[in-house]
Ligand binder design. Sequence first.
Ligand code: DAK
Length: 258
Amino acid sequence: MPAPVVILEKRGLVGLITLNRPDALNALSTRVMDELTAHIRTCEADEQIGCMVLTGTGRAFAAGADIKEMADKGYADALLEDFITRNWEEATRCRKPIIAAVNGLALGGGCELAMMCDFILCSEAARFGQPEVKVGVMPGAGGTQRLSRSIGKSKAMEMCLTGRMMDAAEAERCGLVSRIVPAEGLVEEALRVATQIAELSRPIIYMTKEAVNRSFEVPLSEGVRFERRLAHTTFALEDHKEGAAAFAARRKPVYKHR
Ligand code: DAK
């Protein structure tokens, strides 16, 4: 049996998912994306797991879609197999948060995959880019859309039209990543933050994630209305009562996810 190209490990309340194809800089082949999709679904279905961390082995998070595999694909192949839509977007569909821990190169589909996660922590070694134009293709997994929403038109346009790479410091300055963490502690820090999230009330976390994501889809007034409706419903949760009672009693809350 061939070694898995994506590894899932359970670390307490967190699912740690590692892209494991270092010889190809974790290029996102069909097999990688099928395994990744399966692992995200496993974590979604596992009642113990409350949050996921996605990272890569070696010097890359992921250097993009597998260029060699795509080389022979024609238009009809891409259309009929529903390329990208079929098995790339599970990270955007799951309700449990996913933190991308970008340890190195995040290029093309790799950058797009990181942006599908809920937020990005990275090490100083991280490099981000959308170099598709240099290999005769364009971003096709949300890069032109998510990058411009994340870092603004001018920088996104420059990145997509030239394929230049951005280092970790620039990525933090322009808000693509939330924080830079020393390389040796990156995964541990991501696991620590993920555990903190996983210990909170799950319905509250799901609703909060959904509300933030909604802000990218609708006008402000609709987004605020949506948030208000969700926020009102939190008062119906046992976890809301528990959170308030624990605060008043100066103790740690014990959430039942109800
Ligand atoms: N695909 C396949 N193999 C890759 C790869 C990739 N994206 N990136 C690297 N590799 C492989 C290399 O071929 C090499 O394998 P061997 O030759 O040793 O067998 C190995 O990884 C190590 O790479 P290098 O020897 O090149 O390492 P260097 O340090 O010299 O260079 C590099 C690192 C990152 C600068 C270079 O590897 C590179 O330029 N890689 C390609 C980066 C890139 O262009 N990424 C974007 C890929 S295109 C679509 C949807 C989505 C997409 C397109 C269409 N539709 C809906 C239609 C997405 C497209 C992409 O992501």
